[in-house]
Design a binder for this molecule. Structure first.
Ligand SMILES: [Zn+2]
Length: 122
C-alpha cells in the first residue's frame, strides 16, 4: 500500500482513486532530479537524512498544476522539470465553527429586531 511520503499528506493508494484525480509518482530515475526531490522531501519532513525507498511515492496533489499533464491514455504524468512543492495547497479551508455562525445569526436577528422596534414605534 504505497502512501505519499510528504508530511501532512495522508493520501495512500487504497484511500484515493484515479477518479479523484490523485495519482502516485515514483522518484525520478535521473539522479540529479531525484536528489532535488529528496532535498525537498527532507526539508518538508524536517528529516535531514530521509531517504526514499523503491516504493516511495509522492501523490499528485503535491505538484503544481502546470507540472502535470495528461497522456494520450488519460494518465496523469509529470513533466521532467516537475518538483514537489514544499507547502501543501490548502485545498480545504476550515469553515468557522457552528457556534460562531449561530452567534452571528443571533446578532443579526437582534439588530433587525431593534431596527423594526425603532421603525414601528416612531
Ligand atoms: Zn501527497
Amino acid at each position: 500500500m504505497p502512501s505519499c511520503v510528504m508530511r501532512y499528506c495522508s493520501n495512500y493508494t487504497s484511500k484515493t482513486s484515479k477518479s479523484q484525480g490523485i495519482t502516485y509518482h515514483s522518484f525520478p530515475t535521473n539522479e540529479l532530479r531525484c536528489i532535488r526531490w529528496v532535498d525537498i522531501v527532507r526539508k518538508q519532513r524536517n528529516e535531514e537524512f530521509w531517504q526514499p525507498t523503491k516504493s516511495s511515492k509522492i501523490c499528485s496533489i503535491n505538484f503544481k498544476v502546470e507540472d502535470k499533464y495528461l497522456s494520450g491514455k488519460g494518465y496523469t504524468l509529470l513533466k521532467k522539470s516537475a518538483l514537489p512543492v514544499l507547502e501543501l495547497p490548502r485545498a480545504q479551508s476550515i469553515p468557522g465553527s457552528p457556534n460562531s455562525l449561530t452567534e452571528e445569526k443571533l446578532f443579526i436577528f437582534i439588530y433587525l429586531f431593534i431596527i423594526c422596534f425603532i421603525v414601528c414605534y416612531h
